[in-house]
Design a protein around this ligand. Structure first.
Ligand code: ADP
Ligand code: TZD
Ligand code: MG
Length: 566
């Protein structure tokens, strides 16, 4: 604050941005400093906002996005103009795709230069560039509109289906002075940023009716259900009705994976044979085969619970759409249920139990083997043993084979503890998600990373060391994307330097490196590293012959029609 010669108290754009964020409970910013936001970041820190400075905006953006998923408050990422903004935009688009509330705030060049393309340092029409990738994009052109811009960004990010919002702050607005009283009056403290969406009772009755007629009912939980923080309501519904459930990957832990009603080890069978499936906070996108055969039966009737009305019928007919926020919907469903009204048949439960048992036995042989070098199963069994008494550990996971095997082998026992590549199957979320998970929760984080996946954000281990975060990264090292080309040269489209020593990277920044070549060594390293509460990186050597190209989604890799004809 400053006083002009007139005695009028003045403030500026920098201060108004910080005041607007603080007024709305934004207590953490993730970003990368530079023109024109360096002073904005300094002021934020001086004003008591926690700041995590990254090495690349994409990781800072990913951190903000997952903070949004974990807290239901928009995670805020700040970047410089043009290239910094574009680096952050990938994370913003990923947040929108995954329905995570996030705000990307970037400094930008002045309008009179950008709009006439006069050629500025880092010139770009950022707001319009952001629009196709964001739920909303706004630009603030006057300091007295900063409060409005922040309020609109928060509301757009959190309400309805959450998503990524871009907020453009021109350098001109940041530097501008405004009298302090006008500035104070311009601030908006958002009331009820994510209003409840109460479902129409008719839609609840329709859903209960369908469930009560079902012999083979199934509940499918998606990451929207995890986001909604309706943990008790969901669990109570599932346990009261006795309906088997299946979690999508980031819904794992909503009910513990070892819950007797989990059908996860008989997934295809459960989906294929169910007569009524209630989908809660999941889209019938590619991850669910678009609701189509051969995974799904045409005869299956569907209930879908989602906050977005246009999600209904996006891939097939939804017989009982329930539009509402998941918490309100689950409360209404629980209230509407009469005792014994929904009852899965004994045959259905017995069949599922048999399938589960068969599959578990089939997997056991693989899990109990101890090959040298390690394969994915044996390495993950080692990690599973190491964290058996640590349900509190947050798990970050990316890669191809590393993702597929980890999802299947590592059980989650608490909600929102598994953070992964999500809807896009995107590589590069690893270290950003890990930093934010540790920052937001204060709990230890275990990041299980393919060696390729790790490389996309690997420089952020410096960030992890700088803030001394309890993040243990395990790199599943099989020499490449998928597994490289084990027989040929490493210089191929999928190969990396063979036998790389990733553990040395973290030592450069004062973290602890481990090199694990067998299962006992891996278990010991994970245990010790987690117990230390300090940054560590474990290079786990995996047999390059163990993985498969493209992991479990090889069917999505296009093969030439010509090859098929031959
Ligand atoms: P998954 O990848 O786990 O299958 P998706 O990301 O495809 O999950 O789906 C999440 C769905 O949850 C989206 O359709 C989104 O609209 C919905 N959703 C998010 N938050 C809520 C909420 N609070 N209430 C209802 N639906 C929600
Ligand atoms: N770029 C981005 C941003 N996302 C992607 N998903 C890809 C490229 C393509 N891709 C995958 O789909 S998985 C993967 C890439 C590059 C890496 C797989 O190798 P990995 O895992 O070492 O991480 P495994 O365990 O060796 O299979
Ligand atoms: Mg690999």
């Amino acid at each position: 604050m400053d006083k002009q010669s007139t005695g009028q108290e003045l403030t500026d754009g920098f201060h108004i941005v910080v005041d607007a964020l603080k007024l709305n409970g934004i207590d953490t910013i993730y970003g990368v400093a530079g023109i024109p936001i360096t002073d904005l970041l300094r002021l934020s820190v001086a004003s008591g906002i926690k700041y995590y400075g990254f090495r690349h905006e994409q990781s800072a953006g990913n951190a903000a996005a997952i903070a949004g998923f974990l807290t239901q408050k928009p995670g805020v990422c700040m970047t410089v103009s043009a290239p910094g903004f574009l680096n952050g935009l990938v994370a913003l688009a990923n947040a929108t795709t995954n329905c995570f509330p996030m705000i990307l705030i970037s400094g930008s060049s002045d309008r009179n230069i950008v709009d006439l393309e006069k050629g500025d340092y880092e010139e770009l029409d950022q707001m319009n560039a952001a629009k196709p990738y964001a739920k909303a994009a706004y630009r603030v052109n006057r300091p007295e509109d900063i409060g409005l811009g922040v309020a609109r960004a928060i509301r757009a990010a959190c309400s309805g289906r959450p998503g990524g919002v871009y907020l453009d702050l021109t350098a001109d607005v940041l530097r501008s002075a405004l009298d302090a009283e006008t500035a104070r009056k311009s601030l908006i403290k958002v009331v009820d940023a994510a209003p409840k969406v109460i479902p129409d009772p008719e839609t609840i009755a329709r859903a209960v009716q369908l469930l009560s007629e079902a012999k083979n009912p199934l509940v499918l939980l998606g990451k929207g259900a995890a986001y909604a923080q309706a943990d008790q309501e969901i669990r109570s519904f599932i346990e009261k009705t006795g309906v088997p459930f299946l979690p999508m990957s980031m819904a794992k832990g909503l009910l513990p994976d070892d819950h007797p009603q989990s059908a996860a080890t008989a997934r295809s069978y459960a989906i294929g044979q169910a007569d009524v499936v209630m989908v809660v906070g999941a889209r019938l996108n590619w991850l669910l085969s678009h609701g189509k055969a051969p995974l799904w039966s045409e005869k299956t009737k569907l209930i879908q619970v989602d906050i977005s009305p246009t999600e209904m019928d996006s891939n097939r007919l939804i017989h009982a759409p329930v539009v509402g926020d998941i918490k309100s919907v689950m409360v209404a469903l629980n209230a509407a249920l009469k005792p014994g009204q929904v009852k899965p048949s004994k045959t259905w439960l017995d069949e599922l139990a048999q399938r589960k048992q068969k599959n578990v036995e089939r997997m056991a042989a693989q899990l109990n083997a101890d090959p040298s070098p390690m394969n994915f199963s044996s390495a993950l069994r080692s990690i599973k043993n190491a964290i058996a008494d640590r349900p509190d550990v947050y798990l970050v996971n990316e890669g191809a084979n590393t993702l597929d095997f980890t999802r299947n082998i590592i059980d989650m026992r608490l909600p929102r503890h598994r953070l992964d590549t999500g809807t896009w199957g995107v590589m590069g979320i690893g270290m950003g998600y890990a930093v934010a998970a540790a920052a937001v929760t204060g709990k230890p984080v275990l990041a299980i990373e393919g060696d390729s996946a790790f490389g996309f954000s690997g420089m952020e281990i410096e960030t992890i060391c700088r803030y001394n975060l309890p993040v243990v990264t395990v790199v599943f090292n099989n020499n490449g994307i998928y597994r490289g080309d084990p027989e040929g040269s490493p210089v191929t489209p999928t190969g990396f330097v063979r036998g790389a020593h990733y553990e040395k990277m973290i030592e450069a920044f004062g973290g602890k490196g481990y090199y694990a070549t067998d299962s006992a060594g891996l278990t010991a390293a994970v245990k010790e590293a987690l117990a230390s509460g300090k940054p560590a990186l474990i290079n786990a050597v995996i047999d390059p012959k163990a993985g498969t190209e493209s992991g479990h989604i090889a069917n999505l890799n296009p093969k030439s029609a010509l090859a098929e004809k031959k």
